[in-house]
Design a protein around this ligand. Structure first.
Ligand code: FAD
Ligand code: SF4
Length: 492
């Protein structure tokens, strides 16, 4: 039996005119039918592919029985953001790649099932029930500890599902993306007083300012963050740590440990002539204007965004594809992804590439821009490009692009969006000289998030460089355990 692909989608002709969600999710019947294909393997290989270690066969077994509420509880034991992950995780390279049925080319659609269960929970009030359970367990724990000798939660190694009595130790999490949110939620469940400091005016990191509404509705981000707040995490926005307050000042304020999860928000540029012309954006600025500042609703909102008739987006990762699809929705006549390698090396999720193709995005592959020229008013007019062929694989394992001599050609465009990657923002890091960085400026940390400074832990893109939501969450989870261990061993 073939897996049930999530074909409930908005028609491409309609969706290029709106920002509503493209993928609409399984119906209950489809979810149960897909769950019935799962073999419930004893040593389930799919779990190995999940950085937050969800018990995948267990939650799918509950979907089979139509016990969606129980399935949700199982998901939530390990994953603080299931409605987000069910939408944006590249499952084809993670859990689904490891599913035993993938060997026959037909893995269980784990991501679609995760999304179905999380959406079902949201629409059936299961989030409120989880919160209620948290409060009951917290109260029971407080009563128990009042009756017995004082005990710090989980000294023998707490399960994340065990809730602990509140204690007075304060932990600061810097950055509210998936890494910070995950670590904060897990630490709060362990009983700590956790504050997230976020530099922007709203929490969520890339989930809010990067990934567009049609892939990840802000309503979903708000609901998941709302739950994290309800279980006790305090979030302070407009707090640029390193500027408004330093780590040293936070130490004076009583914070005993820090989790730095400031992401990779500094855009890379091509370093070619003409990048300072009007009409050249970094993808970061372009998407932030649209997603965070609501530029797509200008003039109802204050922030405008320029949109050309012919848009060139440089790069082929998720960021590039999101920029291209946003441009299309904002009314560009022609949008082209310009990428230096071939389709096989494109880093974006397969679903995004398919969706972009359906929406009429063009692909100019094996092509490298070498210069951008403008008109007399300083606006982009044309991009000079070179053709490439593929050479030997480079350190990333992907075949290296090699320029073909004398292959120059002109590509006419009036907007260029550069989406070739992002690096760490040095603002906070420059205020902590003892923190060891690698040659790319990322924090050096071990797999548990330990850094060269004992009370500072780090995880997510600030450590790995630009990666994925679930990898950031996995690091947040491991760092939460390591912080707990550190605070219990520390003589303070
Ligand atoms: P971020 O999400 O970047 O969050 C860091 C937060 O820290 C930000 O809110 C930032 O404002 C804040 N911050 C920075 N400096 C400070 C400071 N000094 N003080 C206080 N706060 C600070 N991954 C996927 O798995 N699937 C996808 O489909 C996908 N699509 C993407 C699309 C786009 C447009 C982008 C940009 C990325 C995408 N990614 C995707 C990658 C994924 O979003 C990131 O890997 C992930 O968000 C990293 O999480 P993080 O918590 O490390 O950092
Ligand atoms: Fe089900 Fe595939 Fe995991 Fe086996 S490996 S339990 S079939 S999802």
């Amino acid at each position: 039996m073939q897996n049930i692909k999530n074909n409930n989608e908005q028609d491409p002709k309609e969706r290029i005119n709106n920002f509503n969600e493209v993928a609409l999710g399984y119906t209950p019947e489809q979810a149960v039918s897909e769950a019935e294909r799962c073999l419930g393997c004893r040593d389930a290989s799919c779990i190995q592919g999940c950085p937050v270690e969800i018990d995948i066969p267990k939650f799918i077994a509950e979907v089979k029985k139509e016990n969606f509420s129980k399935a949700y509880q199982i998901l939530k034991e390990k994953n603080n953001l299931p409605a987000v992950c069910g939408r944006v995780c590249p499952q084809e390279t993670q859990c689904e790649k490891f599913c035993i049925l993938a060997k026959k080319g037909n893995p269980i659609a784990i991501g679609s099932l995760e999304r179905f269960v999380a959406d079902w929970a949201i629409s059936h009030g299961a989030l409120e029930k989880s919160e209620q359970k948290f409060k009951e367990l917290e109260r029971d724990s407080a009563e128990q500890s009042a009756a017995s000798s004082p005990r710090f939660a989980g000294e023998a190694g707490p399960k994340e599902t065990q809730y602990a009595r509140r204690n007075t130790k304060k932990i600061a999490v810097i950055g509210s993306g998936p890494a910070g949110l995950t670590a904060a939620a897990d630490l709060s469940r362990m009983g700590y007083q956790v504050t997230i400091f976020e530099s922007l005016h709203a929490a969520g990191g890339v989930l809010r300012y990067g990934i567009p509404e049609f892939r990840l509705p802000k309503r979903i981000v708000d609901i998941e963050i709302g739950y994290i707040k309800k279980i006790g995490v305090n979030i302070e926005v407009n707090m640029v740590i390193g500027k408004v307050k330093t780590i040293d000042e936070l130490r004076v304020d009583g914070f005993k440990a820090f989790f730095v999860a400031t992401g990779a928000g500094l855009p890379y540029f091509l370093g070619i002539a003409g990048e300072n012309l009007n009409g050249v954006y970094s993808a970061n600025e372009f998407l932030t204007r649209v997603n965070l500042m609501n530029a797509y609703r200008f003039p109802d909102y204050d922030t405008p965004v320029n949109i050309g008739r012919k848009v060139a987006v440089i790069g082929a990762g998720n960021v590039a594809l999101d920029s291209a699809r946003v441009s299309r929705r904002l009314g560009a006549d022609e949008v082209t992804i310009v990428y230096r390698r071939s389709e096989a090396e494109m880093p974006a999720r397969l679903e995004e590439i398919r969706h972009a193709g359906e929406e009429g995005i063009k692909f100019e592959l094996l092509t490298d821009p070498v210069e951008i020229s403008g008109n007399e008013s300083g606006w982009v007019r044309v991009m000079k490009c070179l053709r490439n062929r593929l050479g030997e694989p480079d350190s990333s394992g992907r075949r290296r692009p090699v320029a073909i001599p004398n292959s120059e050609f002109d590509f006419n465009c009036d907007l260029v969006i550069v989406a070739i990657g992002q690096g760490p923002n040095p603002l906070l890091l420059s205020t902590i000289p003892a923190l060891k960085l690698n040659s790319r400026g990322n924090i050096e940390a071990n797999s548990d998030g330990r850094t060269s400074v004992p009370d500072i832990f780090a995880g997510g893109d600030i450590v790995t460089g630009a990666a994925t939501v679930i990898e950031a969450m996995g690091l947040g989870k491991r760092a939460a355990r390591a912080i707990h261990k550190y605070l219990n061993n520390a003589k303070r």
